[in-house]
Design a protein around this ligand. Structure first.
Ligand code: F0G
Length: 452
């Protein structure tokens, strides 16, 4: 920001707008009843502020829209692929760049080619789709978060880190059965918490000692790099691009959902060092995603991602991004609502378990809070607790994920007000019971009924 002003403003102005639809409390009550108190079943126009996910929900820049007109839709050898792969190569240093339609497609192709039954894949914490794809190939998806991660209130700067001692043990105990180690940056499943460069270096050293490749799940790599600049000794004077290049220099491969830090509505890639693995992955890609120069995307999508990957590393953007999330967390704290601390990069996680101690876990306190935020103010977050994980849930959280470049400070202030209103009447919030649930991934489609 220009001296001497301190307000961190949105580093863009708005040239195209999308109207919001306001609903009455009665309309929201009716919508909740119809949706079986599952916010996934709401239609988007029933939601005022949609914080369900930061994935594919960002706003594209004028340059991205302009680049879309330059999209080359040639089936083979598209110029858009050349531009896309040049940007990914410059960033990651990896020679093989394989486009895919979104992050989980990269995971599916990679694991299909590398994971055998009984293989173990350690990660700081696997994202759901990463875990599911490994388990689909009968591998074991092992989470090795650092010890600070289990305490939602611990103020540690890099709670996304991996436990190095445990990694050492796992690799020693499973010689020949670990096709790769994964690191998720930032660590979404434990609150969007960053990983330090020192931790990545240590993981790399352990991998080198055991001859095991290291992969990054880079969905939110730029946010992670900004935390490194802000919090890690020795990085204050580096640019986000330099920090990102160092981060990727430790990796043998990268899976990327470009729907997050690619600033695009769709897209992703798999980037690899190993020639043979790349050839096998490309063969599989052709089977299900498309020819290797488009991988299930239109040429215009490749252009949007290439441009997005440049814009995401602008310091003014990242400063504003991380500050916005912290700002929302501060509004929640003012209202006496505990959140996972410190706030992560892409989302604020409300601690519904601590906020609603009168609702037992089997009555889903986080689902009850998510429903209440919608009922009061049309704000849609997502439950990350016993509905999503069943008995394995460690915490009862509501994630409020901020789409990139979409909402302004007044929208965030409004969300803060809605959270405060829910907090004021917290004793009146009641739990829910499940009346209908599918066999798998019940949080998407289960139906609930309110308890009296
Ligand atoms: N890895 C991480 C860390 C993610 O957060 C996601 C998606 C994926 C991989 C899969 O990517 O959706 O493009 O196939 N996370 C979204 C979310 C869905 O809401 O956190 P995808």
């Amino acid at each position: 920001m220009p001296d001497p002003f301190h307000t961190i403003i949105e580093p863009f102005r708005i040239k195209s707008v999308e109207p919001l639809r306001f609903t009455s409390r009665e309309e929201r009550e009716a919508a909740l009843e119809r949706a079986g108190y599952n916010l996934f079943a709401l239609t988007a126009d029933e939601v005022l502020i949609d914080l369900l996910t930061d994935s594919g929900t960002g706003a594209m820049s004028a340059e991205q829209w302009a680049s879309i007109m330059r999209g080359d839709e040639s089936y083979a050898g598209s110029a858009s692929y050349e531009r896309f792969s040049a940007v990914v190569h410059e960033l990651t240093g990896l020679p093989h760049v394989i486009p895919v339609h979104q992050g989980r497609a990269a995971e599916r192709i990679l694991f299909a080619e590398t994971v055998k039954a009984g293989d173990v894949i350690p990660n700081n914490t696997h994202f759901d789709t990463t875990r599911a794809n490994i388990e689909h190939d009968e591998g074991v998806a092992l989470d090795l978060p650092c010890s600070e991660a289990s305490d939602t209130q611990a103020p540690a700067p890099f709670k996304g880190n991996m436990d190095i001692a445990k990694l050492e043990t796992v690799l020693a105990d499973n010689e020949g059965r670990v096709p790769m180690v994964f690191m998720t940056v930032t660590n979404n499943s434990i609150g969007g918490q960053p990983v330090s460069m020192a931790n990545v270096r240590s993981v790399r050293e352990v991998c080198d000692r055991h001859g095991t490749p290291l992969f990054l799940d880079a969905a939110r790599f730029a946010e992670n790099c900004w935390f490194v600049i802000e919090r890690e000794e020795g990085y204050q004077d580096r640019t986000p691009t330099e920090v990102a290049q160092e981060l990727f220099s430790y990796a043998d491969g990268v899976t990327m959902s470009a729907k997050k830090d690619g600033l695009a509505n769709i897209g992703g890639f798999l980037a690899l060092r190993d020639d043979d693995l790349a050839a096998r992955c490309r063969a599989l890609l052709i089977l299900t995603e498309g020819f290797p120069t488009y991988g299930g995307l239109a040429g215009r999508d490749l252009e949007a991602v290439a441009q997005g990957l440049r814009e995401i590393l602008q310091p003014d953007y990242l400063r504003y991004r991380v500050r916005t999330t912290a700002y929302l967390a501060e509004r929640c704290w003012e209202a006496g609502v505990p959140t996972v601390r410190p706030p992560g990069g892409h989302a604020v996680y409300l601690d519904a378990g601590a906020m609603l101690p009168h609702i037992p876990r089997d009555q889903f306190p986080a689902q009850a809070l998510a429903v209440e935020l919608y009922r009061l103010g049309g704000v849609r977050g997502v439950e990350v607790g016993s509905v999503m994980f069943g008995d394995a849930a460690q915490h009862e959280l509501v994630r409020l994920a901020l789409p990139r470049r979409v909402y302004t400070q007044s929208h965030v202030d409004y969300v803060g007000e809605v959270v405060a209103a829910a907090s004021k009447n917290r004793e009146a919030i009641r739990g829910l019971r499940i009346v209908e649930e599918p066999l798998f991934l019940r949080h998407f489609t289960a139906r609930f009924a309110p308890l009296l």
